[in-house]
Design a protein around this ligand. Structure first.
Ligand SMILES: [Zn+2]
Length: 210
């Protein structure tokens, strides 16, 4: 189970407006269309190309979907990992889910909402690529890689309480989302704020070739 987490504070859920739900689906469709064609193909092959926008806490949503598809209920540790998640790739269901009604998103203006949702979608797709393509050595190297990552990224990952074995995938996913944001703005090559080792690493794992 792979998820993007966002700190949600203590806000209560409110039902998602239809307008926002429709908009969220459109934003994610556009984020998908922005991916390099070869990445879309790879994601189709690994079962991460389908996505759905929901208005339900992901721990409950994933559990419901797994049960109705005849899988075992989620393990408590997996449920816990989804408590604050806004996005998740459920490998067993070959599906990316985004909770557009997440309390962390409700107060965002339209532009921030769009940026955040696109970033979450790109994160989940980057995460799926990493899970499938990273070697055992890369996963074992997570702690060292995190030390070379931009501070905002490493702090988010440490704060979210991921296991050490998840560091590499989280790092690739976050950097992938950042590279996709730049790509949308027409910027290519290594960003000045990114360590060259990390840049080359993420390029290798995600087959990034801009
Ligand atoms: Zn992730």
């Amino acid at each position: 189970m792979t998820a993007s987490r966002e700190a949600s504070g203590r806000k209560e859920r409110q039902p998602l407006e239809d307008r926002r739900h429709t908009r969220a689906a459109r934003i994610i469709g556009l984020a998908w269309a922005d991916l390099p064609a070869e990445h879309r193909l790879l994601l189709e092959n690994i079962g991460a190309a389908r996505w759905r926008v929901v208005d339900q806490a992901l721990a409950d949503c994933v559990d419901d979907l797994l049960r109705s598809a005849g899988h075992a209920p989620m393990a408590p540790a997996d449920r816990l990992g989804l408590v604050d998640a806004v996005g998740v790739w459920v490998e067993e269901l070959r599906l990316v889910l985004v909770d557009a009604g997440h309390p962390a998103l409700v107060d965002l203006d339209d532009q921030s909402f769009e940026m955040m949702l696109a970033r979450i979608a790109w994160h989940e797709w980057g995460h799926a690529l990493s899970v499938v393509r990273a070697e055992a050595d890369d996963v074992a190297d997570g702690e060292r890689l995190l030390a070379l990552a931009p501070r905002g990224v490493s702090e988010r990952i440490r704060r979210a309480g991921y296991r050490r074995s998840q560091f590499t995938h989280e790092l690739v996913a976050d950097i992938y989302a950042l590279l996709m944001s730049r790509r949308r703005r027409g910027e290519t090559g290594r960003p000045p704020w990114l360590d060259d080792h990390i840049y080359q690493f993420v390029r290798r794992i995600s087959t990034w070739n801009d």
